[in-house]
Design a protein around this ligand. Structure first.
Ligand code: DGY
Length: 432
């Protein structure tokens, strides 16, 4: 409705601190890499110049080696771990001094945002500029992932911290985190997140100790990308990140063709996309019908059933019979078709799973932004009825204009932060 769109616009305006649109007003007063990709999509409907500027602000913080950092810090405090705790600029010459950044990355969804912005605002000078100047930066970002995060050369991209998956405390990471043992020299810290969000909706203290311990391990090797991969006690081949990378590389290749980028780079991107698609398909487990992550430290597949197991639906690559079965599963009674759901959207963990926690962050709640990703991919695949259904259901979920960070899947209650930019922004895109 017009009213919901107006509220979404107002939410984004409220989160504008003058230099960036922050992820959320109090819990996340900085720029997060994948949040910003989504935020720029919603902004493109309101003001395409501003959408371009958000991505340019993120790209300006790109590390000299090509990594797009997971947080670009504003001048605001109130978030932990902040720039001092990360110490990225002090320790690594590739990190920019200004703005300050964290020392890890987040899922590579930016090319998908660029595609959407070109579709919405194509022909505007700002979008042309973004295509010309931003495309090579995205190419370098993808190249960084291939160079530093594919330790076995199979196309399955590794993450070195649960935060890099964006799905911080998903049960996917419980086993690998069980092997992360915080040392006695973990510097003390105070959690600031629980001043804003209810403890029951956030990760536990035991989880936070591990999150911070991994940061200490990275500090010890000065965030050197290859040394982090060699030494971090958490190293997992992330099937969802890999699927997003495959999809985004394909999308970036097509955008490159349309904007006259060098053909060898376009071929390179298509090659990376192909290899990562094969890696995602190889992670498929016929026993469960889902794709698995791979714990590179333990040398074992991780069969925990979560929404990330549907990664092959994002990038394709499965034989048709398996793909159809997977589509039926995500729409079926364990997931989007569960009879007790408030809206027919697949939650982060199935309500039928013993690990399901309805309010607890990535352990059960429904995340509109992930539904948007599946919707966009469904549309891309020609599953238009399924995409339309997701859109209708998501709009019903967010219709009160609170724009929760995530939602209780059984009651529709908004959880975590409110006025979360990425929820407002995907609503704006669905409304157009
Ligand atoms: C948080 O602080 O919870 C973020 O998800 C970390 O990136």
């Amino acid at each position: 409705s017009v009213q919901l769109a107006a509220r979404a616009a107002w939410t984004l305006g409220g989160n504008d601190n003058g230099t960036m649109i922050t992820a959320a007003p109090r819990l996340y007063p900085h720029m997060w890499s994948w949040d910003t990709a989504f935020i720029s999509i919603g902004l493109a409907h309101l003001n395409v110049d501003r959408a371009v500027r958000e991505l340019e602000t993120l790209f300006a913080a790109q590390w000299r080696d090509g990594m797009l950092p997971h947080i670009v810090f504003s001048e605001d405090g109130g978030y932990f771990p902040g720039p001092q705790r990360w110490g990225a600029a002090e320790l690594n010459a590739d990190a920019p001094d200004s703005p300050r950044t964290s020392g890890i990355c987040q899922p590579p969804v930016h090319a998908i945002a660029l595609r959407r912005i070109v579709d919405i605002g194509g022909g505007s000078p700002a979008v042309d500029r973004l295509l010309t100047d931003g495309w090579p930066k995205l190419y370098r970002w993808h190249e960084w992932l291939v160079r530093h995060r594919d330790p076995h050369g199979t196309g399955l991209l590794a993450i070195t911290h649960g935060w890099e998956s964006g799905m911080d405390n998903s049960p996917r990471w419980d086993l690998p985190y069980a092997a992360v043992i915080p040392g006695p020299d973990l510097p003390p810290y105070e959690r600031l997140d629980r001043r804003v969000a209810a403890a029951a909706e956030r990760p536990s203290d035991a989880e936070y100790d591990r999150y911070l311990w991994l940061v200490e391990q990275m500090r010890k090797v000065r965030y050197d990308a290859d040394q982090v991969v060699r030494t971090s006690s958490f190293l997992v081949g992330d099937v969802f990140v890999t699927a997003l990378f495959a999809l985004a590389s394909e999308v970036l290749a097509t955008l490159g063709e349309q904007s006259g980028q060098p053909s060898w780079r376009i071929r390179q991107l298509r090659g990376w996309a192909r290899r990562s698609r094969v890696a995602v398909a190889s992670a498929y487990d016929p026993a469960t019908g889902l794709a698995r992550d791979y714990d590179l430290r333990a040398g074992t597949w991780l069969s925990t059933a979560t929404l990330a197991g549907f990664a092959p639906l994002l990038c394709g690559g499965l034989p048709a019979a398996d793909e159809n079965r997977m589509l039926a599963t995500i729409l079926g009674p364990d997931w989007a078709g569960h009879p007790d759901l408030f809206a027919a959207i697949p939650p982060s963990v199935s309500p039928n799973d013993p690990a399901f926690r309805a309010r607890e962050y990535w352990r059960g709640p429904v995340w509109p932004v992930i539904a948007w990703l599946f919707g966009w991919a469904f549309e891309h695949h020609g599953w238009t009825a399924e995409a339309a259904r997701l859109r209708t259901e998501c709009l019903r979920l967010v219709e009160d204009g609170t724009f929760g960070e995530y939602y209780h899947p059984l009651t529709g209650e908004p959880l975590g932060s409110q006025q979360q930019s990425w929820t407002a922004t995907v609503a704006l895109d669905w409304l157009h």
